[in-house]
Design a protein around this ligand. Structure first.
Ligand code: PEP
Ligand code: MN
Length: 341
């Protein structure tokens, strides 16, 4: 971090300011120019509050040289993080480190028949994880809100039947005790900056699938991951799920460029949600292929056995047959990228 002091700040004052910074655990290189003093901060500056410095009457400008996130930063962790889940039916489920993870299932758990039948189809086609929401964050309070605890029991039953590890969304801290058997906890786009929730998830030891907020920057997503990681939970999977833009043809706009950008900046696995990114089922295969080509470590895709009658997100859900077809294409794409599905 570089701090340019205001023109005319007295030497004594600048020295005093530098001392106060050193008390925060960094080394300060003091350089006096003809008209102004510049301070170069060396060491871990993640805890230094840039905005507070900028507010000082002595400071002209603060430039952050290093990213504000440390644990998620690839600079301190050059190898990509691989998340391995305990064997389910003897088969390890992995995300990252050369494995392209396919997470598939309905938007919401709707009934026993629905979730078990979709789970079987996902497994048959080679999907690695089963998704399905029990607690649903819906825009309208009048829309289907998910089956709640009953939905959770049903997806756990599907896990038992198929051996597929499950991914499901947690909306509030109080639900955590219900998630004991859940393999990966999803934090939805709307909760990406629910900092109390993120802190609590930092204390748990399950992998967290963190979805990008619909108007969040890359740095905000990484800082959200940092909240979880700084609590001691290093197993975070980042997910690009489309952001808000001006064209309403698609539900959101899939920010594919974020994938290589994230892969450069962080060691955490990065996946893509082509379903929420487009909102249109026929676009899902093209965007899934694009995700592999862009360097993603996986996808989370909505699959429904009866999209027309789905209680949530039917328009963007592909059928089990299309999913099986997609899987066979993705295997070829993954091979080209040197990854296995
Ligand atoms: C979901 O995955 O079902 C979901 C609600 O996604 P998002 O949080 O990205 O909108
Ligand atoms: Mn959905």
């Amino acid at each position: 971090m570089i701090i340019a002091m205001k023109h005319g700040v007295a030497r004594e004052e600048a020295l005093h300011f530098a001392e106060s910074l050193e008390k925060q655990g960094v080394k300060v290189n003091f350089s006096e120019g003809a008209t102004r003093t510049v301070l170069g901060l060396v060491g871990d500056t993640t805890a230094i509050d840039q905005e507070a410095l900028q507010a000082s009457r002595l400071v002209e400008k603060v430039i952050r040289v290093q990213e504000p996130y440390k644990r998620a930063n690839r600079m301190f962790h050059p190898d990509g993080t691989k998340i391995v889940l305990l064997p389910a039916n003897g088969k390890k489920a992995k995300i990252g480190g050369g494995t392209f993870a396919v997470i598939a299932g309905p938007c919401s758990v709707e009934s026993r028949e629905q979730i078990i039948s979709i789970a079987e189809e996902v497994k048959k086609a080679g999907g690695a994880f089963l998704r399905g929401g029990a607690f649903k964050p819906r825009t309208s309070p009048y829309s289907f809100q998910g089956l709640g605890c009953e939905g959770l029991d049903l997806i756990l039953e599907a896990k038992k039947e198929t051996g597929l590890p499950i991914v499901t969304e947690l909306m509030e801290i109080s639900q955590l005790e219900l998630f004991e058997e859940v393999d990966v906890i999803q934090v939805g786009a709307r909760n990406m900056q629910n900092f109390n929730l993120l802190k609590e998830l930092g204390r748990c030891r399950k992998p967290i699938l963190l979805k990008r907020g619909m108007a969040s920057t890359m740095t905000e997503l990484l800082m959200a991951a940092e909240y979880i990681m700084s609590g001691g939970n290093e197993r975070v999977i980042l997910c690009e799920r489309g952001i808000r833009a001006f064209d309403s043809f698609t539900r959101n706009v899939l920010d594919l460029a974020l994938i290589p950008a994230l892969k450069k900046k962080t060691h955490l696995p990065v996946i893509v949600d082509p379903s929420h990114a487009t909102g249109i089922a026929w676009m899902v295969p093209a965007m899934s292929k694009a995700a592999i080509a862009a360097g993603a470590d996986g996808i989370i895709v909505e699959v429904h056995n009866d999209p027309e009658h789905a209680l949530c997100d039917g328009e963007q859900s592909i059928t089990p047959d299309s999913f099986a077809e997609l899987m066979s294409v993705l295997r070829k794409y993954a091979e080209l990228e040197g990854k296995t599905i």
